[in-house]
Structure formats: structure tokens, C-alpha cells
Design a protein around this ligand. Structure first.
Ligand code: KIV
Ligand code: ZN
Length: 388
């Protein structure tokens, strides 16, 4: 089994389905170019049957963005697949991604089809897409609420028709990690022909488990992860690219060296670009890309960091594209952090007594003010020195 993980980025398709995240054509091109710099393998550029604008954006990305597979989404019908082909026909490496739901609730209420009709539609979709491109991905929507044996039958049919990637979506973020891993393992052990294709997973974050589920699936053989930048996407979002990539790097010991070819230093620049373009800001405590991901306020932590950064950091900020860690000064900070900041501000030669006096004034100010800036600290020092 390969030890390379394929990164399938769907920021421009599932990510754009986040309320308020709509991007213009030019913005999509800018994001797509940055995704190439980041080193993703596949860009899902859009859903051409959804609107003429979506089709145009996929066509432009296919013409202008090279060095990566460009994928278009299509439901399992002729019109969608034709539109997807129109979208990606000029791409250097085109892929059509076709899907149909396989869970009882989706088949009965949404599709109004019997399982046998769904199976036939899956066959038809892959066969039709295959007439246009060699690279065809098939997804069983709502796989995690589907009957496992039926799922395997549908995947086997898709493989027989020529699918090259089989995707297992946790469409509604319902799975939990050990169960999702069991499902992926079951599919790989009970689907004829599965050894010829790439097994992919696509997780949503409704229970906050998208990254955990994706990693659990990778451990049991999934070799494509479908992700978005900052985890944007429908409802609570999709698996965050930055979390999966850094978990694989930081915990190589448990993942046996399975790695994507992502340039990790491009993670933060890409995250910032997507935040600026979509207007969706990540929360400060967001793993890897949040403003506080490498900030330390507690005195004990600052003291530890000053002695050896690995006491409180499991990766360097530079490895993901931040300039440096931040020791944030606040009422939880101790003397070590405060003294280090004084040094940075050019006050490295103060006596212990003087530092103690300044520290007491600083702590006093912290109780009165939410954030104490460098300017506040300089004002305290200058005022104190003026009194000498
Ligand atoms: O969540 C989902 O099931 C999807 C499919 C189209 C793969 O986005
Ligand atoms: Zn999705």
C-alpha cells in the first residue's frame, strides 16, 4: 500500500457551500493558484451543473491553473456529467467526480429510488463519465448511514465500470472514529476490485470529529483525504486540511510515515488568503492557523518556552508559515516572560529590584486593562525610570 496521501481540496466546491463563502471567478483563480503552491494533488473546482457561473469558474481554472488535477462534481445523471466535462475538458489532468446517495433515508425521501435503481444509476454515471475522462471518482453520499453490504455492492459496480477513486463520505458528520475506521476496513475487505483503486474519505464536522475520522480512516488504508482550508464547508464544515497534514507530520510515529506532498510552510498564507476572500475568519484558538495557535500567556508556560520551546509546542510556528511564537503578556504571565519582553524592548540591563517594581505595576495594569501592549510596558518603564 502506498505511503503517499493524496490531498483532494474541495475549498472551491464544498467550502464555497458555507453560508456567505461565495467567491468570484477571479477570487477562485487566486485561491486555486495558491492551492498549487501549497502542493495539493486535486482541486475540486466546482459543480458546473449548479449554475452558469460555476461552470465558467471551473472552465477558467481548468485553462489557467496547471500542475494539478482539476475535478468537477456531477450528480449521477447525463446532464450533470456533460456539464462537468464541459468544465474540465481543458484541464491538464481532468477528473469527473460523480455521486449518488446510498443511505435508506436519502434513497427513499430524497431520490425516491429503490436500492436497485441507485445501483444502476451509479453504474450509468461512472460509465458515462468514463467516456470523457480516464480519472473518475465515485462517491456514495451518506455512506456512513448506509447498509455496509449494499455500499460494497455499489462500490464494486462503480469499479467494474472504471472508477479509479472510491470515496466514502460522512456526509452529515455522524460517524465516530473507531466506527468509521471499521467501515473503511469493511469496504476494503468486502468490495471486489478495491485493490485497483484509491480509497478516499470525505468527512463533515457536525460532531467536531471530521479530522479524527479522517485520520482513523488513513490508519486503516484510506489514501485520499478530502479537505478544505480552515475546514470551511456545509454546516459545521469539512475536515480541515491543515489539521490532517500537520497530524501526519507531527505524529509520523503512529501513522508510519504516510505523508502528503503539501508544502507545510504555505499553510498559514493559504489560510489567510481564504479568510480574506471568503470573509470567514477562523476563531483565535483554531488549531494550526488561529491567531493563538502559537501564543503563550500562562507564566509557567512562558517560563518553559524560554527554557526549551518544545516544553509547550509540538511543531514550530515557522513549519506552518507563521513568523514566530508569541509570548502574550497578561495577568497570567510570570516574571520570566515579563523580563524577556523587557529585554526585547531594549531594557536588558535593569536590576532585579527595578524589574520587581515594574512587574508589580504591570500586574496592576493587567487587572484594569484587557490587553497590555508593548507601548503600555514602555510607558510604565519610562515613568518608573523618570522617578529615579
Ligand atoms: O458530503 C458529501 O457527501 C459530498 C459528496 C458530494 C462527496 O460533498
Ligand atoms: Zn461534503
Amino acid at each position: 500500500m502506498s505511503d503517499r496521501l493524496i490531498i483532494f481540496d474541495t475549498t472551491l466546491r464544498d467550502g464555497e457551500q458555507s453560508p456567505g463563502a461565495t467567491m468570484t471567478e477571479d477570487e477562485k483563480i487566486e485561491v486555486a493558484r495558491q492551492l498549487v503552491k501549497l502542493g495539493v494533488d486535486v482541486i475540486e473546482a466546482g459543480f458546473p451543473a449548479a449554475s452558469p457561473g460555476d461552470l465558467r469558474a471551473v472552465q477558467r481554472i481548468s485553462r489557467e491553473v496547471k500542475g494539478v488535477t482539476i475535478c468537477a462534481l456531477a450528480r449521477a445523471n447525463q446532464q450533470d456529467i456533460d456539464a462537468a466535462w464541459e468544465g474540465v475538458r481543458d484541464a491538464e489532468q481532468p477528473r469527473i467526480h460523480t455521486f449518488i446517495a446510498t443511505s435508506p433515508i436519502h434513497m427513499e425521501y430524497k431520490l425516491r429510488k429503490t436500492p436497485e435503481q441507485v445501483l444502476e444509476a451509479a453504474r450509468f454515471a461512472v460509465r458515462t463519465a468514463k467516456r470523457y475522462v480516464s480519472d473518475v471518482e465515485f462517491s456514495a453520499e451518506d455512506a456512513t448511514r448506509s447498509d455496509w453490504d449494499f455500499l460494497c455492492r455499489v462500490f464494486a459496480a462503480a469499479i467494474e465500470e472504471g472508477a479509479t477513486t472510491i470515496n466514502i463520505p460522512d456526509t452529515v458528520g455522524y460517524a465516530v472514529p473507531h466506527e468509521f475506521a471499521e467501515l473503511v476496513r469493511y469496504v476494503t475487505e468486502h468490495t471486489p476490485g478495491i485493490e485497483k483503486v484509491t480509497v478516499s474519505v470525505h468527512c463533515h464536522n457536525d460532531l467536531g470529529l471530521a479530522t479524527a475520522n479522517t485520520l482513523a480512516a488513513i490508519r486503516v488504508g484510506a489514501r485520499q483525504a478530502e479537505v478544505t482550508i480552515n475546514g470551511i464547508g456545509e454546516r459545521a464544515g469539512n475536515t480541515a486540511l491543515e489539521e490532517v497534514v500537520m497530524a501526519l507530520h507531527v505524529r509520523r510515529d503512529v501513522f508510519g510515515g504516510i505523508l502528503p506532498r503539501v508544502v507545510t510552510e504555505q499553510i498559514v498564507p493559504t489560510s489567510k488568503l481564504v479568510q480574506r476572500i471568503t470573509g470567514i475568519q477562523v476563531q483565535p484558538n483554531k488549531a494550526i492557523v488561529g491567531a493563538n495557535a502559537f501564543a503563550h500567556e500562562a507564566g509557567i508556560h512562558q517560563d518553559g518556552m524560554l527554557k526549551h520551546r518544545m516544553t509547550y509546542e509540538i511543531m514550530t510556528p515557522q513549519s506552518v508559515g507563521w513568523e514566530a511564537s508569541r509570548l502574550v503578556l497578561g495577568k497570567h504571565s510570570g516574571r520570566a516572560g515579563f523580563t524577556a519582553r523587557l529585554k526585547e524592548l531594549g531594557y536588558g540591563d535593569l536590576s532585579r529590584e527595578r524589574i520587581e517594581q515594574l512587574y508589580q505595576r504591570f500586574i496592576d495594569l493587567c487587572d484594569r486593562k484587557k490587553t497590555v501592549t508593548d507601548a503600555d510596558i514602555i510607558a510604565i518603564v519610562e515613568d518608573q525610570l523618570a522617578q529615579v
